[in-house]
Design a protein. Structure first.
Length: 274
């Protein structure tokens, strides 16, 4: 386990660097129409959102998912052909990522690549979110092989500009070598009660904020500002905060909008889709 410490490096954002949203995966568009429509709304500071039909692309193209994917793709195209983004974090805005479940390294390489091809062919995704990614050094070589192949598939397609984007969904700080295997790492995923006392791995100070994402559930509205300060202080450029939790029968607190969505959007400010 890497050494954990409070960051002291001057690179850490103190508020001047623009945060944006990474959406781990809303419910199906039929069940969460407002959520999917909101992602394409002009001014939403969206970096990326994950499409997950059935822990992957499903067995056939889903017309409702095709429609949602098309809206998000068109919003990104409009944004990218307008005014240029003012930083590299927001330049990644509005991507749709396909959900690939690595099952902590247990899923066969061939299955993952088949799912990836389906996502590209059906939904014209702009990258992949690799859920339940291994964190230990022993799993790194297999993840590198997979991400190298995924980048090659994205480069061959016409759906992903500049080679696409790969996000590793660790949910905690992995072995440092994973930082070289993908574009971004999710280094925290969990409840506010843990996040507010969390510390960051020392090695992350060698990388800019756009390389890290934090997902936090159970964040009270009254603690939004504190949560954003922690994200900036720990060097995360992408966030998803919600007041939903994993209690009261809610199996996935990230599957729906937080009740303060409009407020947190206004606090972060307009993004690339402005």
């Amino acid at each position: 386990m890497p050494h954990l410490t409070a960051p002291a490096d001057a690179r850490r954002t103190a508020g001047g660097e623009q945060l944006g949203f990474g959406v781990p995966g809303y419910a199906h568009p039929l069940l969460a129409p407002a959520e999917w429509a909101g992602l394409a709304r002009p001014g939403t500071p969206l970096h990326w959102a994950v499409l997950n039909i059935a822990e992957g692309p499903g067995s056939r193209p889903d017309p409702h998912c095709l429609e949602a994917a098309g809206r998000l793709h068109n919003a990104r195209e409009r944004a990218l052909h307008g005014e240029s983004p003012d930083d590299t974090v927001r330049a990644a805005g509005g991507r749709l990522l396909g959900h690939l479940d690595l099952a902590h390294g247990e899923r066969p390489f061939e299955e993952l690549i088949a799912d990836a091809r389906s996502f590209i062919d059906w939904y014209r995704i702009g990258g992949f979110y690799l859920a339940r990614c291994p964190t230990e050094r022993a799993g790194l070589s297999a993840v590198r092989r997979l991400t190298g192949t995924l980048h090659a598939l994205l480069a061959e397609s016409d759906s992903a500009d500049d080679g696409g984007r790969l996000v590793l969904g660790h949910g905690t700080h992995p072995y440092p070598g994973y930082a070289e295997a993908a574009d971004q790492l999710v280094t925290f995923q969990g409840p506010w009660s843990d996040y507010r006392w969390s510390q960051v791995a020392e090695w992350t100070a060698d990388y800019p904020p756009e390389r890290f994402a934090h997902f936090v559930h159970g964040v009270p509205r009254t603690h939004l500002e504190e949560a954003m300060r922690i994200a900036r202080w720990q060097g995360a450029g992408t966030i998803f905060f919600t007041d939903r939790d994993d209690r009261s029968g809610q199996s996935d607190p990230f599957a729906t909008l937080p009740r303060y969505w409009d407020e947190i959007v206004s606090r972060i400010g307009p993004g690339i889709s402005e």
